[in-house]
Ligand binder design. Structure first.
Ligand code: HEC
Length: 139
């Protein structure tokens, strides 16, 4: 009897864990898919189809270390633009990224989920709550 109860509790837990994981990955997949469209429309012209950048002018999006280290700055850079010296993949860039005009916070989140999980990067979801929180801190 006791065994049965324990077993059914275990089974329930397993089901719970599995369904939580799949709803997480569903959310990730949705962000990633939408993000690829935002990227193609608003970023690809400059950063390239494979995030390769453009010669010495536009940095590639393949520097996982930079992206990870500066992840909480990325929403501000996309929303308000970025200029000045930055080192990406051991190369120095000194250009200017214009502000993304008319992008909603959710689209920024989707684009960031896309770039931080493409081109060799693997950082997991960048959701709209994170973007909202980071945007408040833009200087
Ligand atoms: C008009 C060209 C242009 C567009 C469009 C553009 N960027 Fe950029 N981006 C740049 C330049 C130039 C820099 C480097 C700025 C500097 O030198 O300080 C940059 C830097 C970055 C960086 C930080 C450096 C790196 O390579 O990791 C990220 C992340 C980034 N852009 C993401 C995006 C995303 C996401 C979009 C679309 C929403 C976008 N960019 C659209 C030109 C552009």
């Amino acid at each position: 009897m006791k065994m049965k109860v324990i077993c059914s509790i275990c089974a329930l837990l397993v089901i719970l864990i599995i369904s939580c994981q799949s709803s997480d990955s569903l959310e990730f997949n949705r962000y990633y898919a939408e993000g690829s469209v935002v990227y193609q429309t608003h970023c690809q012209n400059c950063h390239g189809q494979h995030g390769e950048g453009l010669n010495g002018l536009i940095p590639p999006l393949t520097d996982s270390v930079f992206l990870r280290k500066n992840s909480d700055q990325l929403p501000c850079a996309v929303m308000f633009g970025l200029k000045g010296k930055i080192t990406i993949g051991k190369r120095l860039f000194e250009g200017q990224m214009p502000p993304a005009s008319g992008l909603a916070n959710i689209e920024i989140a989707q684009a960031l989920t896309y770039i931080t999980n493409s081109f060799g990067n693997k950082m997991g979801i960048f959701n709209v709550e994170m973007v909202n929180g980071d945007l408040v801190k833009c200087r």
